[in-house]
Design a protein around this ligand. Structure first.
Ligand code: HEM
Length: 122
C-alpha cells in the first residue's frame, strides 16, 4: 500500500513568520506517536512562494483521518477545523487568557500518494 502525503499549506504574512516558527518550536510533539505516522517537516519558503508547507507522510489515508479526528485537535490546542481561527496555541495565552491571534491567514490541504521514493545509499 502506497504511503500518503498530506501537506498543510499555510499563508503567513511576513511579520508573522517568526510567531509561526516559534509556535512550531513549542509544538505538542504528539504526532510522533500517532498510528501510521511516518514523517513531519515544517518547510520555510525561500523562493517561488511565501507559503509555509507543513509536510506529513502517513502509512494510509485512514491513519491520517484517525489522527485528524483524534490527537490532531489536542496538538492544535483547539478545533483546527474552525478555519483560520485554528491552531496556534503555543503556550502564548494573552492577557486574561484570550486566545493568541493565529499566525496564518489562510490554510489549505494538498493530498498526494507516494508513487516512487529513494533514500541515500547506506
Ligand atoms: C486551520 C488550519 C491549521 C493551522 C492554522 C495550523 C497551524 C499550526 C500551528 C501554529 C502549529 C504549532 C503548534 C500550535 O501552535 O498548536 C501546528 C501544529 C501541527 N500541525 Fe497544524 N494547522 C492547521 C491544520 C493542520 C492540518 C490540516 C495538518 C495536516 C496536514 C496539520 C499538521 C500539523 C502537525 C503535524 C503539527 C505538529 C503537531 C504535534 O507536534 O503533535 N495542521 N499547526
Amino acid at each position: 500500500m502506497a504511503s500518503v502525503v498530506k501537506i498543510n499549506v499555510l499563508t503567513v504574512p511576513a511579520e508573522q513568520r517568526e510567531v509561526l516558527e516559534k509556535r512550531f518550536a513549542s509544538r505538542a510533539g504528539s504526532v510522533e506517536s500517532a498510528d501510521g505516522f511516518e514523517w513531519f517537516e515544517l518547510l520555510r519558503p525561500l523562493e517561488g512562494t511565501d507559503d509555509y508547507l507543513v509536510y506529513t507522510r502517513w502509512r494510509s489515508e485512514a491513519d491520517f483521518e484517525a489522527w485528524m479526528a483524534g490527537s490532531m485537535r489536542g496538538a492544535h490546542g483547539q478545533a483546527a477545523g474552525s478555519g483560520q481561527g485554528g491552531p496556534g496555541q503555543g503556550g502564548e495565552g494573552g492577557e486574561g487568557g484570550e486566545k493568541p491571534k493565529p499566525a496564518a491567514t489562510g490554510s489549505t490541504v494538498w493530498s498526494f500518494e507516494v508513487v516512487q521514493s529513494a533514500a541515500p545509499k547506506a
